[in-house]
Design a protein around this ligand. Sequence first.
Ligand SMILES: *[C@@H]1O[C@H](CO)[C@@H](O)[C@H](O)[C@H]1NC(C)=O
Length: 345
Amino acid sequence: MKRKIIQSERKDQSAGRLQQSDRKPKDLNVHARSQWQWTWTKMGLLSLCILSVLIPLLLHLFSDSIDLSRPSDIGLNHTINMYLTPGEGVRVGVWHTVPEHRWKEAQGKDLDWYEKALGDGSPIFIYLHGNGGNSVLVIQVLSAVGYHVLVLDYRGFGDSTGEPTEAGLTSDAVYLYHWVKARSGNSPVCVWGHSIGSGVTTNTAVKLLEQGKQFDGIILEGAFVTGRRARDQPIEHPFTWFYWKFPYIQFFLFNPLKNNIFVFPTNENLQKLRTPLMILHAEDDHIVPFASAQEIYRIAEKAQNSDKRVKLVPFDRSLGYLHNGLYKDPGLPDIIREFVQSLMT
Ligand SMILES: *[C@@H]1O[C@H](CO)[C@@H](O)[C@H](O)[C@H]1NC(C)=O
């Protein structure tokens, strides 16, 4: 379009030049200006192209700049990095943070020490993360309360190998559960699932149920009711693999919303579970609406026929926690402590 306009301007100019020589300087001026405009447009387009490549690249580099094998780099000095192999050719990275009061003792310790520490009687949390980058902060809260925390980077995430599929993520978490149980003695083993990790959590709990096992407690934070796309609300759903892994690149290559790539049927899962459940949700959650927490509560409370075993803890809109900020709540440690104590009595 731009190019056409310029060509017709040129035609006018040459016609003008033949007829009226006194208009010449002005025409040249117009010509020069439109050329400049064109140059600026080209430069603008070029910089857009460069930015669209550069931003995802920078994000990628930035996220890779955390060396996952060295948690002490980001202030977790009582944490060890290890790898488990939940499947053939699949190696997943796991962080184990011991309770904060043991941080001095933990300095310079090896895997053996950490494995033994897991049986020290402190409650244990398996933390199944979502897309947000707040796991470190939640680890710190749980560790400060006095718990062990195991954070799993599912296959295909972080420095874990393998293909991320719903079944794959679930079996990674099941595997970690058994690994923990083999070392945890009589300590309660709970799970905390955030965002999409809440889907992995309920899937895992159902898988364990089929094996006659269960978590001692489940905490769901910013959880969604189901990952199954409702036909009448096609855009509603923010959780797609490709948004999750590559928020920019994949979106432009194809529209993942068209594919039912994952299901995460938390609503159906909760109907089968009888594990004490605490639902944490910010009223101003901008990714998973608060109504989702209410729906989850309703389903679980009905299934368990108990308002004691199922709790919903809302965080007021005015606190501004959104989808990733619950760890900031000064009351959170007590809320967690109370929940875990209720499991042990
Ligand atoms: C190690 O971590 C603990 C717990 O977060 C903190 O209190 C302590 O100051 C840290 N120590 C060092 C030397 O970084």
